[in-house]
Write a protein that binds this ligand. Structure first.
Ligand code: UD1
Length: 362
């Protein structure tokens, strides 16, 4: 079966890596790896291929940055040519970024079966670009691979037939499980002069948090207060770094003990995460990874499309309110998040389950 596996942004790479590997090892599949080029900086893209031992993409569309319409449209236009030429029997997309939706739409319009990995997650917040990408991608894909059971209800509520949905676990955790030992050996703590469990790790890039001054200032105020007690290591997304400078928030942060560093590769970041006293984030993937690692996670959002991380994991939702962020961070630092459970089927074998379903459905 010829399959085009599509990646575009940083969180896509660790989701496709185990699928790609499993397909290369199984002669039933003829995998093609396609990078849309949505993320293109070395630190946002190439370093992950190296860390994860992923083959170089067979095809790179090099679309780069742009408005949502332009970026999505460009992926569609270029990806259509690829699909017409390559004639795959399946297009596989992951996650919820613009590249995900664009590639799925092209496949659906050309009547090529499409698979969506990480389907059925819903934040119910349609102001998030990712929520639009999730809803539309699920509506047009033929195989929907679920990371948690709550997704069955979300899909049913949208009238999506049950037989399209398969609960297989979490490919991002496949990658974490496979790389944890290697990550332990990373020397990132030495390079940053940090020691185990004596710092907080922060990531921040959601448009609703960083694109406007008011929410970013509320978050920065909280970080200044937390940073005075515990150093905060902050590998900043390029867009966030730009906006912190634009709104004049950098100086206060740096004076208080928030350390802006360059985006990290996969292994360094995993090491930084498993050694952190607490993680503060607005990312989706980190809510899941901290759950499995048992590291407290304070999520700077009002909602999550990954409810199992709150119900069974270490995740607490706090939004962008200064007081709540400080309070929850203090509680987490004092050790107040309880014992997490690893969610069902987050066992490192999700990619194998996906391949089994695809073979049976072929
Ligand atoms: C995208 C995804 C988001 C995901 C995130 C992971 C969408 C709608 N958003 O957001 O869901 O959580 O990736 O990081 O698809 N930039 C660089 N270098 C790069 C890439 C981007 O400097 O390699 C800067 C550019 O200024 C660009 C901006 O970041 O304009 C935004 O990039 P974009 O790909 O549009 O979205 P992200 O914010 O990265």
């Amino acid at each position: 079966m010829k399959v085009v596996n599509v990646v575009g942004t940083r969180p896509n790479f660790m989701k496709v890596a185990p699928i790609m590997r499993a397909m290369v090892e199984d002669e039933f599949f003829q995998p093609v790896l396609l990078h849309t080029g949505q993320h293109y900086d070395r630190k946002m893209s190439k370093v992950f291929f190296e860390d994860l031992g992923m083959p170089r993409p067979d095809i790179n569309l090099s679309v780069g940055s742009g408005t949502h319409g332009r970026q999505t449209g460009q992926v569609m236009s270029l990806f259509e040519d690829v699909v017409l030429k390559e004639k795959p029997e399946l297009v596989l997309v992951v996650g919820d970024v613009n590249s995900t939706l664009a590639a799925a739409l092209v496949a659906a319009k050309l009547h090529i079966p499409a698979a969506h990995v990480e389907a059925g997650l819903r934040s119910f917040d349609r102001r998030m670009p990712e929520e639009i990408n999730r809803v539309l991608t699920d509506a047009i894909c033929d195989f929907l691979f679920l990371t948690e059971r709550s997704a069955f209800d979300n899909l049913a509520a949208e009238g999506i037939p049950r037989e399209k949905a398969f609960f297989v676990g979490n490919v991002m955790i496949d990658t974490l499980t496979a790389n944890k030992e290697r990550a332990e050996r990373s020397d990132i703590l030495d390079r940053l002069a940090l020691s185990e469990k004596t710092y907080a790790l922060l990531t921040l890039h959601r448009p609703s948090n960083v694109d406007e001054e008011a929410p970013l200032r509320r978050i920065a105020d909280a970080l200044v207060r937390i940073g005075r007690k515990l150093p905060i290591v902050f590998p900043a997304h390029p867009r966030t770094a730009k906006n912190l400078a634009k709104f004049g928030l950098l100086e206060d942060l740096q004076e208080s003990g928030v350390r802006l560093v360059e985006p990290m590769g996969y292994l360094d970041f995993l090491k930084a995460m498993l050694s952190a006293a607490v993680v503060l984030t607005d990312s989706g993937g980190l809510q899941e990874e901290t759950t499995v690692l048992g590291v407290p996670c304070i999520t700077l959002r009002e909602n999550t499309e990954r409810p199992i991380t709150v119900q069974e994991g270490t995740n607490v939702l706090v939004g962008s309110d200064t007081e709540r962020i400080v309070e929850e961070a203090e509680e987490a630092i004092a050790g107040g998040t309880g014992k997490p459970r690893t969610p069902e089927l987050w066992d490192g074998k999700a990619a194998a389950r996906i391949l089994t379903v695809l073979k049976e459905g072929a």
